[in-house]
Design a protein around this ligand. Sequence first.
Ligand code: NAD
Ligand code: UD1
Length: 339
Amino acid sequence: MSKVLVTGGAGYIGSHTCVELLNAGHDVVVLDNLSNSSKEALNRVQTLTAKSVDFVEGDILDEVVLDQIFQNHQIDAVIHFAGLKAVGESQKIPLKYFENNISGSISLVQAMERANVFNLVFSSSATVYDEANISPLNEDMPTGMPSNNYGYTKLIVEQLLEKLAQADERWSIALLRYFNPVGAHKSGLMGEDPQGIPNNLMPYVTQVAVGRREKLSIFGNDYDTVDGTGVRDYIHVVDLANAHLCALNNRLNAQGCRAWNIGTGNGCSVLEIKNTFERVNGIEIPFEFAPRREGDVATSFANNARAVQELGWTAKFGLEDMLADSWNWQKQNPNGYRD
Ligand code: NAD
Ligand code: UD1
């Protein structure tokens, strides 16, 4: 069993990953500055697992805090979730994104090097793929210039980490390219808790369902897709969390830097999401068609064969689970962790 430092472990994907790590017998240290999360998420991790998390409230840009963590704990590997992720905000305040996501990642790997810890799993995104690629997207397809600064930071960090591993063979780095994480823990105790108006589809849908928003705007109904609305590869957050454990196992016995897609391989349209949510949960989602959103592509879904073959990972949950679990979380926690 390993001791794992989880940066951003109080966040949406990080907190679900902490549960899976603890349930698998690993020890967990979380570093999070709580800029987009609540300590309550970690209380719930502990409730669900009946195990304790070592929590350090601090910033990945703070090298003193990082060095202290590596001195106080015998860390075997790091899972690096900490980062800012609001696409619109990244267009308005790019420097904040460059500092937090790019400089923050550099600060982290510098501290890892000082501490002789060379196993890293990094949260990347399908947004790094060139938009000209035709789905299903596989890892050998070219990356391209993402349509926003958030995506750009993911591409830059991927490239930095690749070059680092090329230059120094002690490094073993997994780049996990997430498709569209949705869903929540089955218990309804943990889930996605965005601040302000949600940018992403699923939290918007659940906030309409719970009465916090009036209606869903569907961005574009004239794409070249099954019903004209955008197609994405939605992946249950618990399946995604488990991909990190698989990547960790893989990296503890390997060298170099390698990318894996984490998606189900199934494309699903916005209308399918809305209709399936209504059917599974018995709630109507009022909606309107609105113009296309800038930067959106028509279709994006994964070829996940590499993760299945090399990591021994599979997605266990289907769309109905994702939508039922998202709703179960939102219904039990109408105001997220702020109740
Ligand atoms: P999240 O905002 O819920 O979690 C990120 C966590 O990092 C938060 O708890 C936040 O407080 C913390 N954090 C941010 N900056 C920090 C800093 N400088 N120092 C310490 N802590 C810091 O987001 P999430 O959805 O859980 O995403 C986790 C990672 O996965 C992010 O890197 C994100 O970019 C990436 N990702 C997310 C998605 C998605 O759709 N959710 C898709 C692809 C990639
Ligand atoms: C978006 C980001 C991407 C980021 C990812 C995870 C953009 C252009 N892309 O991806 O960089 O990695 O989130 O954070 O922002 N939709 C609606 N109405 C809504 C919200 C979304 O119709 O209110 C549609 C979108 O047009 C899209 C689909 O739902 O077709 C999914 O959208 P979203 O959840 O924002 O994810 P992505 O666009 O795939």
